[in-house]
Design a protein around this ligand. Structure first.
Ligand code: ZN
Length: 489
């Protein structure tokens, strides 16, 4: 490490929650950053008093930048669309596929920036995105490069997943034939993207993962060949290779499709295709059965838990506490903007906390030592605020294969940090008692300052990298054009 790199001191924070291995929390504390890495964290009195740049963090809580493990950013263009506001997953998808068929490269770029702006302002510094629809029209063909360039411009750490759909309705799949791709083209483009963009180094700002969309939109051959392609880079990239991602066991219809078409549960389907392992993470897993849970735990297969989307589409309540207790890596995902309609990571963590509690309350009574306990007796302890924040930080980092460089505040980890004001109306009477728990128990705040890789991308609640007003205005024009285009065709 060069000592010539600039230093940044975040000084006198009211509280710092590190989410390190000892879950240490500090009061009146500082963080010293050199270049893009954290050099020291601890009581303000133990750290230097000055640096090249000093941020006075009095009245702030500092947490590791939050990590979002599942998203479809292009869906920001179709939030709150009236025809699908009240549909379950399959009906919702059938209603939206024809709209998304009109996506252009510009729409992907702009909607990705809108989704990332929203995430950054909520304290999220790393996000995955799952782009699985690649239409081609007069304005060109959508590519994953459109998303990656958007991330680079706004300054967000990015795990871009090359999604795909190859089984259309005529072959028994859910999507219309017009939006699926040929499998050889999917694999060739996946290889091109890995060769062009994947960075295995510590602190990488861009990594690629491969992500056939779901059991009901791709073939088993594509699942197998995609896994083989990703793992063929193992020798070259080592532990920071190309990971695998898809949707699994999202709701009852998803389970029924798996049983009818493949004669097995989603977890058995994944196992048979080589889609379990510590290089794989699945979104949702709401309906994972006991056997599936054991398979995931034994293979260290990760889960992206998406509570808002699961509630919005009435998919169900994922058994998150059981996953955590079994040792399954779990992170949080806001999921696509059209099945959540929000992309606020603190809010998502709050919902994870609340949904786990009500999930426990719905379980049958249990008898312990002769006493009968109802779910509502046990529910509130199911998920604490700190449990949910751990999922949103180090949990997400683990799911994305990044537990050695993001998701905690510790020397040697990337300087990805979110600072929240504690002197606000929403925090009044809460932060004075417990500033860390108040972040989730009180109304979800916007971040005041956010750093990604040591660079300040949010300052005093404003993005420093893009002009938000024109971006939102352009996004809204494109959203209306996309919906109108669908109505006209
Ligand atoms: Zn999704």
């Amino acid at each position: 490490m060069s000592t010539a790199e600039p230093t940044l001191l975040i000084r006198h924070a009211r509280a710092i929650a590190t989410f390190d291995d000892d879950r240490r929390e500090w009061r009146d504390a500082s963080i010293l950053i050199r270049g893009s890495l954290i050099e020291a964290v601890g009581p303000a009195a133990d750290l230097p008093a000055t640096a090249d740049t000093v941020i006075d963090a009095r009245g702030h809580l500092v947490v590791p930048g939050l990590v979002n493990t599942h998203h479809h950013m292009y869906q920001s263009l179709t939030r709150a669309l009236p025809g699908v506001q009240d549909a379950e997953l399959f009906g919702w998808l059938r209603g939206l596929y024809p709209v998304w068929a009109g996506l252009t490269p510009e729409m992907v770029h702009v909607s990705t920036q809108v989704a990332m702006a929203e995430l950054l302002l909520s304290g999220c510094t790393t996000s995955s995105d799952h782009l699985y629809i690649y239409p081609s029209g007069p304005q060109g063909r959508v590519t994953l490069d459109d998303s990656i360039r958007a991330a680079q411009a706004i300054g967000m750490r990015f795990v871009a997943t090359r999604g795909s759909m190859s089984v259309g309705a005529s072959a028994g799949g859910l999507p219309p034939d017009s939006v699926v791709e040929r499998e050889d083209a999917i694999l060739a483009d996946s290889q091109r993207l890995i060769e062009t963009w994947h960075d295995p180094s510590h602190g990488a700002m861009v990594r690629i993962a491969l992500a056939p969309c779901s059991p009901f939109s791709v073939s088993q051959d594509l699942m197998r060949e995609t896994a083989a392609l990703a793992r063929s880079y193992g020798a070259r990239f080592g532990a920071h290779g190309v990971r695998l991602h898809t949707h699994l066991a999202e709701n009852d219809h998803d389970i029924a499709y798996s049983r009818e078409r493949f004669g097995c549960t989603p977890a058995q389907y994944a196992q048979g295709l080589g889609w379990l392992g510590d290089d794989v993470w699945h979104a949702h897993c709401v309906k994972l059965d006991d056997e599936g849970l054991s398979l995931f735990a034994a293979s260290r297969t990760g889960v992206a838990h998406c509570p808002c989307s699961n509630m919005r589409l009435a998919s169900g309540i994922a058994p998150v506490r059981r996953m955590m207790d079994a040792g399954v890596p779990v992170g949080l995902g806001v999921d696509g903007s059209a099945s959540n309609d929000a992309a606020h990571m603190v809010h998502e963590a709050r919902q994870a906390m609340l949904l786990a509690r009500v999930g426990r309350a719905l379980q049958p009574p249990q008898v312990h030592e002769g006493r009968r306990f109802f779910g509502c007796d046990l529910g509130p302890a199911e998920m604490t605020a700190r449990d949910a924040l751990a999922l949103a930080t180090r949990g997400g980092a683990q799911v994305l294969g990044r537990d050695d460089d993001i998701g905690r505040i510790a020397p040697g980890w990337c300087a990805d940090l979110a600072l929240f004001r504690l002197d606000t109306l929403a925090m009044a009477g809460g932060a004075v008692h417990d500033p860390v728990a108040a972040l989730l128990l009180c109304a979800s705040p916007q971040a005041d300052h956010v750093f990604v890789h040591g660079r300040q991308v949010v300052q005093d609640g404003q993005l420093t990298t893009v002009d938000l007003g024109p971006l939102v205005e352009r996004h809204n024009r494109l959203a209306l054009a996309l919906a109108a285009d669908c109505r006209a065709s």
